[in-house]
Design a protein around this ligand. Structure first.
Ligand SMILES: Cc1cc2nc3c(=O)[nH]c(=O)nc-3n(C[C@H](O)[C@H](O)[C@H](O)COP(=O)(O)OP(=O)(O)OC[C@H]3O[C@@H](n4cnc5c(N)ncnc54)[C@H](O)[C@@H]3O)c2cc1C
Length: 468
């Protein structure tokens, strides 16, 4: 198969961008800057729809790591000023002060289609099996509109930046829903609840179990603990799958993103002083009713004290259904583009020092289709939006015939301060790292076994191990 990018970039068809999160919108800006027409299809009723769902959470990246040069230039030409570089926005502030202004630019706004959920992508007239003539056929994106109708759009290339937020992992340790997970769904909250704000009534004065060991779990546990200060009777139990909690708390003072380091440090203190009950080695198998409470049972039969609510912070996985009719090459367990997966496998890369990558690494047998942003990391948990911006820069260069520009590396990533000697879920890990292995955590060969946790790692006195 020959690559036709050089010719196809003169096609009158737009480049479809699925998702108007930071990566999708920045992709649109780059396409415009290179003379292309973007077709941005966003399922939500506003840009940054996924971020709005965790808008109350403060990011650990400062503003200087959350914007990028091409969109900055476009915004500044319309009088926008960059927020203070060192300050940390909440999700809502990121949307208000960067994504919305970008989406409202006169050059970008006409290309943005809200309330349009992409439900399938194919080569027009060519199912996945047919080869002859395939390359010349445009892409066809099938979209469900907010009114429930179906629309079809044609495009010369597809950038899938639809994220992973809408497909959280289940609480079941085996990656499938635990027994009872569906039945007691009303008591389970996936994502990051606004515990001391809009959802306070759901947790105040009650006992909540948090499952997971990434930064979303950190956030939930810290917020529940703060809730306990002014809502008597609020309790938190924190269950993690691993048996050695020490390394979970990240790189602390060595983290190049101090806010990320502080999050882990704050939690370590709460666990050590005993105000948070940490249960290690707990692999959720079953949820049972216990009066009007729930009892959570581990694979080994151990039962936790009954709880009222469960917050599931076990990570996210990409929704691959829309890519089904395309020839996509994904890693079998990370579900990331095959060439990218070895670079981001948390079994191998503990420092967050993922090499910058783009057009060459993110390609598939299906030419001119790219999965970008959070979704490109599949089940790997270390994604930083800066990485996504570099992916966009390189891919758009490649798509517009500038292979030299595509291969130039223009990114330096902040370090996590967590390296192989104290490897665990220390990098940005919303929830996907469960105690040192990515969700579903098979090893990638002998080098993949995480190094031992340092002997100095504190064992929290309040932690009660389950069955290992
Ligand atoms: C709580 C939290 C805190 C984070 N903090 C940081 C941080 O401090 N620093 C950092 O670098 N990274 C952080 N991240 C990681 C990452 O940078 C963000 O998740 C970022 O939002 C990813 O951007 P994205 O554009 O790839 O995906 P998203 O922001 O998830 O955007 C995807 C968009 O696609 C839309 N969509 C989904 N499916 C479809 C469909 N089928 N059709 C059309 N549209 C669709 C969604 O509605 C959404 O608007 C954080 C993540 C979380 C969850």
């Amino acid at each position: 198969m020959t690559r036709s990018t050089k010719d196809s970039h003169r096609s009158p068809l737009p480049v479809a961008v699925v998702g108007a999160g930071p990566v999708g919108l920045v992709a649109a800006a780059h396409l415009l800057a290179r003379g292309e027409t973007p077709l941005i299809l966003e399922a939500g009723e506003a840009v940054g729809a996924s971020i709005r769902e965790w808008g109350h959470v403060r990011l650990f990246s400062p503003w200087k790591h959350l914007t990028e040069p091409v969109s900055r230039r476009m915004l500044e030409a319309h009088g926008w000023t960059h927020p203070p570089g060192e300050s940390l926005p909440t999700g809502w502030e990121l949307v208000r002060d960067f994504l919305e202004p970008l989406a409202n630019l006169p050059s970008l706004a006409p290309h943005l289609h809200l309330g349009q959920r992409v439900v399938g992508i194919t080569r027009q007239g060519f199912d996945k099996v047919r080869t002859a003539g395939r390359q010349a056929a445009p892409f066809e994106l099938v979209v469900r509109t907010r009114e429930g109708g179906i629309q079809r759009h044609r495009a010369r290339a597809v950038l899938d930046a639809s994220g992973t937020w809408t497909t959280p992992n289940p609480v079941g340790a085996g990656g499938l829903p635990a027994e009872g997970e569906e039945e007691f769904r009303d008591h389970l909250r996936y994502g990051i609840p606004d515990i001391r704000g809009a959802e306070r009534a759901r947790y105040a004065g009650l006992r909540t179990l948090v499952v997971g060991s990434g930064h979303s779990a950190f956030h939930s546990v810290l917020e529940l603990s703060r809730l306990g200060e002014d809502a008597p009777g609020s309790e938190v139990i924190w269950a993690v799958r691993g048996t050695e909690p020490g390394g979970m708390f990240g790189g602390g003072g060595r983290d190049a993103l101090p806010a990320r380091g502080r999050l882990g440090e704050g939690l370590r203190a709460l666990v050590t002083e005993g105000s948070v009950r940490l249960v290690t080695g707990f692999r959720v198998a079953r949820i049972e009713g216990s009066g009007d409470r729930l009892q959570v049972v581990a694979e080994c039969g151990t039962r936790l004290d009954p709880v009222d609510q469960i917050i599931v912070n076990t990570g996210f996985r990409p929704d691959l259904r829309i890519l089904r009719e395309l020839r996509i090459d994904l890693d079998p367990w990370l579900e990331a583009p095959a060439k990218l997966a070895p670079l981001i496998d948390p079994n191998l890369h503990s420092c967050g020092s993922v090499p910058p990558h783009g057009y060459d690494t993110l390609g598939h047998p299906e030419q001119d289709v790219f999965v970008l942003g959070m979704k490109s990391y599949g089940r790997a948990p270390t994604f930083l939006v800066l990485t996504g911006f570099e992916q966009v820069r390189s891919v758009v260069r490649g798509l517009t015939g500038d292979l030299e520009g595509a291969r130039r590396v223009e990114l330096v990533l902040p370090e996590t301060g967590v390296c192989s000697s104290d490897f665990l879920a220390g990098t940005w890990a919303p929830d996907g790292v469960r105690d040192g292995t990515p969700d579903g955590g098979a090893d990638r060969g002998p080098a993949a076994v995480p190094a031992a946790i340092p002997a100095t790692a504190p064992r929290p006195p309040t932690g009660s191990a389950c069955c290992g």
